[in-house]
Each structure stands twice: as structure tokens, then as C-alpha cells.
Design a protein around this ligand. Structure first.
Ligand code: HEC
Ligand code: HEC
Length: 416
């Protein structure tokens, strides 16, 4: 499959899997993958940026039958293994190229939780983090590509990597966030005082840029350098940016990192006051909303309706389809959406020799980009990622083939 020469109207490419080279199976071998992706049009994809962790509607949790867990294993192998590894230890083939590193499910130090520091997340927490992903990191928001059932199944499966989840002594009850106090000069001033008193300042810095006096030497549970959050960059907040999420982070902390939770140490009201103060570090308005579609030079010149529409996806640093075949003279419209955000800057699409008309940068999960151009040169070309989406090892491997057939030469060549 992966052919995209269908004519306008009903294109719907069912995407298989492009796992990383080692151990990569052709998707055709996978028996009816549960994670079929239909990307018929970008309008069907909800914007990823809006929903935050606690705001995600969590559908009722199905019973974790052996069958569901087995289904979760399949979902996992097809979508998660490349990063999180077959053993769930965070050492998939792609892990070497990623920062931060994929979560180690055996260690089970989960960051996004509604439970106190040191505790396991609730099942709903796991469903949430799998669904919304982790902003500013390679962890994709799976609600865009996996059904509720698939996500519950994979949650049940990743729990099996740690025996702690089966231990009935584990307390996984959520903390209450209390009632927000008024946001005014007094509570802001109190928040500021608490920021120093609770030593937030030593890591996050006076300026809130994550450059406090003890920031330099911090490491996480894998002994990898970790930087305190820069509060001036809302897009980097891992569970989405909202007062409630900041309060939750202050209460629960991030397991496996120096970011402790303060539940039980501070008053609920104080967590809110701290959050109000944290929010003052965003000086300018949050970065302009991600542009949904880019218009290139020729599009403004009114190329008209495309002859060919291509829905292109990136998954684990591979394009799908990897080959795009069109005919000389056709107007081609490529809508590109990645399934992860690379190093946080998204992924791109450009065609060598067509770069001046086919060039996209920074397409993000939930925010596809579109480019339209005329295929006026016959031949075989390479398309590649125009965004510096990963470290030097993976990035150059992200490419595909763009074939423009000259039908005037082969009169009878059929569309497929
Ligand atoms: C492109 C690589 C990649 C893929 C594919 C991927 N993840 Fe992740 N995942 C990550 C990274 C990186 C992190 C850690 C981010 C961080 O530490 O901030 C992560 C973190 C997580 C977490 C931890 C959340 C927390 O609270 O700490 C869960 C759960 C998770 N992934 C589940 C999944 C599941 C389930 C899939 C497949 C459906 C998946 N991931 C696919 C890269 C990936
Ligand atoms: C010992 C250092 C340290 C201290 C003290 C500390 N933090 Fe953090 N904080 C971190 C680190 C490191 C991260 C980033 C964790 C990550 O990227 O996974 C972080 C992340 C955060 C985040 C970002 C959450 C998100 O969604 O990404 C917030 C908000 C935050 N801290 C607030 C605070 C507040 C408020 C205090 C004081 C009550 C505080 N921190 C104290 C180290 C610290």
C-alpha cells in the first residue's frame, strides 16, 4: 500500500508501521493491526495542544481481562516498543537518540500523576499521560491515533512491567487540590514568598528560567542531567499549561526527578498561590498558536484544486508512505502530520529539487501542515525532514522517495 496516486476526494490511507530498522517487520505481516490510522483529512484530528492532563475526559475503565492485556501487548509492540523497548525498560531502538529518555516501566517512576510523590499513578493517570503525551518531549499524544479501548489495553499492559501494580499495599489514591484562593496582589505576594521559602528558587531560579543555584548538577533516576522547568515557556510544561496542572505538579511532584511533591508539607491554598506566582514568569503572551496549514508561494498563485492528495505521516522517524508516486503535470497536495514532536520542534517535509515549492517545517502532532505544488519535473527525488527533529543519527534517515512519472512517454501507464 502506501501508494497515493488516487485522485482527489476519497483518499484515506491506512497506515502500517514504520518501526526502526532493527527488528522492523513489514506492516503487511501484522494481522489486522488494531491501530489503523485513518488520516483522511486533517480536520478529523483534534488540536493536540489544548487539552491538559486533568481536563482529559477519561472513559470508564474496562475490566483488565487476559484478552485485553494481550491486546495491549499488540498495541504496545506496534506503537511503543521502538522507544520504550520490548522489556519496557525504556531502551527501545530509538531511545539512544531521544532526550528526555523514554520512561522505564520496570522502574515505574511516573511523573504525571494525581497521587503523592513516591506513589504509583492511578490507572486514569496512565490513561491520561498516554492520551495527551508529554509536551516538549518525544512522547506522542496517543488519543489522536489510538482508540479508547487500545489506550486502556496498553495501560493494562505497561502495568505488567512492574510488580508494584499488583501489590494491594500500594496506595494509589489521588490527592485533593483544594479550593483555589482568590488571585490578587496579596496571594501573588504570598506565592512569591513561598517560592523562596520552599526553595523553588534554588532550582527554578529567581528569573524562573530554570537557572537557580542548584540547577546545574541535577540528574534523574537514570543519572541523566535534568533541567528545572523554564517557567517562561508554557509549551514545555509536560502535562499542559494550566493553573490546575501546576498546582497538581506542586502537590504530587515528578517521581524519579528532583522535582518533589509538596502534598502534606504545604497547605492546599499555598500550592495555588505558588502556581499563581509561577504563572507570572510568562511575560509575553504564550507563543502564537501553532499554525495549522502553511501556504507556500505557489499556493498563493492559485494552483486550484489538487489532482492528488497525499496524507503523509511520520512514525518513529519514518515517513509513511515512504514512496509517493504522481504524474508529471499534476497538482499535488501533501498534508503531513507526525505522530511525535521530534525534539519538541516537530518534523518537516521537503523534496530535493522541489525544495523551493515543497518545503514544510515544524509540523506537530495534531497540527498537520499542508503544501501544494505542481509536479513539473519528471524523475525520482528524495523527500526528507526539513526540521532538525532529532540528533544526528536519526534525522538523516528520515526520508522517502518522490516519483514523478512522465506519461507522455508511456502513454498507457495506468494510475496505480
Ligand atoms: C517516539 C518515542 C516514544 C514513543 C513511540 C512512545 N513513547 Fe512514551 N515516552 C517517550 C518519552 C521520551 C517519555 C518520557 C518523557 C519525559 O520524561 O518527560 C515517555 C513517557 C511515557 C510515559 C510516562 C508518563 C509519566 O507520567 O511519566 C508513559 C506512560 C508512556 N510514555 C507510554 C507510552 C505508550 C503506551 C506508548 C505507545 C502507545 C508510547 N509511550 C510511545 C517516548 C515515546
Ligand atoms: C531540587 C530542584 C527543584 C526544586 C526545589 C523544585 N523544582 Fe520544580 N522542577 C524541577 C525539575 C528538575 C523539573 C523538571 C522535571 C522534568 O522535566 O521532568 C521541575 C518541574 C517543575 C514544574 C513543571 C511541571 C510540568 O508540567 O512540566 C513546575 C510547575 C515546578 N517544577 C514548580 C516548582 C515549584 C513551585 C517548586 C517549589 C515549591 C519547585 N518546582 C521546586 C526541579 C525542582
Amino acid at each position: 500500500m502506501r501508494v497515493t496516486t488516487e485522485t482527489i476526494g476519497s483518499i484515506s490511507i491506512v497506515v502500517g508501521l514504520g518501526l526502526l530498522a532493527a527488528g522492523c517487520k513489514p506492516s503487511t505481516e501484522a494481522p489486522a493491526p488494531p491501530n489503523r490510522i485513518q488520516t483522511a483529512n486533517s480536520a478529523s484530528v483534534a488540536p493536540a495542544s489544548k487539552i491538559t492532563f486533568l481536563d482529559l475526559p477519561v472513559p470508564p475503565e474496562p475490566e483488565a481481562t487476559a484478552q485485553l492485556v494481550a491486546h495491549g501487548k499488540t498495541v504496545y509492540e506496534q506503537n511503543c516498543l521502538a522507544c520504550h523497548g520490548a522489556k519496557g525498560d525504556g531502551k527501545g531502538d530509538a531511545a539512544a537518540f531521544l532526550l528526555p529518555k523514554p520512561r522505564n516501566f520496570v522502574q515505574a517512576n511516573y511523573r504525571l500523576r494525581s497521587t503523592p510523590i513516591g506513589h504509583l499513578p492511578t490507572d486514569a493517570d496512565l490513561f491520561r499521560s498516554v492520551s495527551i503525551g508529554m509536551a516538549g518531549t518525544p512522547m506522542p499524544p496517543w488519543r489522536i491515533h489510538l482508540s479508547d479501548k487500545d489506550r486502556w489495553a496498553v495501560v493494562d499492559y505497561i502495568k505488567t512491567f512492574s510488580p508494584r501494580f499488583a501489590d494491594s499495599n500500594e496506595d494509589r489514591s489521588a490527592v485533593s487540590l483544594g479550593t483555589p484562593p482568590a488571585r490578587n496582589e496579596t496571594t501573588l505576594a504570598e506565592g512569591k514568598a513561598l517560592f523562596t521559602k520552599m526553595a523553588c528558587i534554588t532550582c527554578h531560579g529567581e528569573s524562573g528560567h530554570g537557572d537557580g543555584t542548584s540547577a546545574a548538577g541535577l540528574v534523574d533516576d537514570s543519572n541523566i542531567r535534568i533541567k528545572p522547568r523554564d517557567f517562561s515557556k508554557p509549551g514545555l510544561f509536560k502535562s499542559g499549561y494550566s493553573t490546575k496542572e501546576i498546582v497538581r505538579t506542586i502537590q504530587t511532584g515528578f517521581n524519579g526527578t528532583p522535582m518533589l511533591g509538596f502534598h502534606g508539607t504545604i497547605q492546599d491554598q499555598d500550592a495555588w498561590k505558588l502556581a499563581y506566582y509561577v504563572e507570572t514568569f510568562v511575560k509575553a503572551a504564550p507563543p502564537a498558536a501553532i499554525v495549522r496549514a502553511s501556504q507556500n508561494f505557489l499556493e498563493r498563485e492559485k494552483l486550484g484544486d489538487p489532482d492528488v492528495r497525499v496524507n503523509l505521516i511520520e512514525r518513529a522517524w519514518k515517513y509513511d508512505p515512504a514512496v509517493i508516486r504522481v504524474k508529471k503535470g499534476q497538482i499535488v497536495e501533501v498534508t503531513f502530520e507526525p505522530t511525535d514532536n521530534g525534539l519538541g520542534v516537530g518534523h518537516g517535509f521537503a523534496i530535493s529539487s522541489y525544495d523551493e515549492v515543497a518545503f514544510l517545517n515544524g509540523a506537530m502532532v495534531g497540527a498537520p501542515k499542508t503544501v501544494k505544488f505542481r509536479a513539473d519535473r519528471a524523475g525520482q527525488f528524495t523527500f526528507y525532514c526539513a526540521t532538525q527533529c532529532s540528533t544526528e543519527k536519526l534525522h538523516p534517515l528520515m526520508n522517502g522517495t518522490f516519483i514523478v512519472e512522465d506519461d507522455t512517454a508511456k502513454q498507457s501507464a495506468s494510475a496505480k
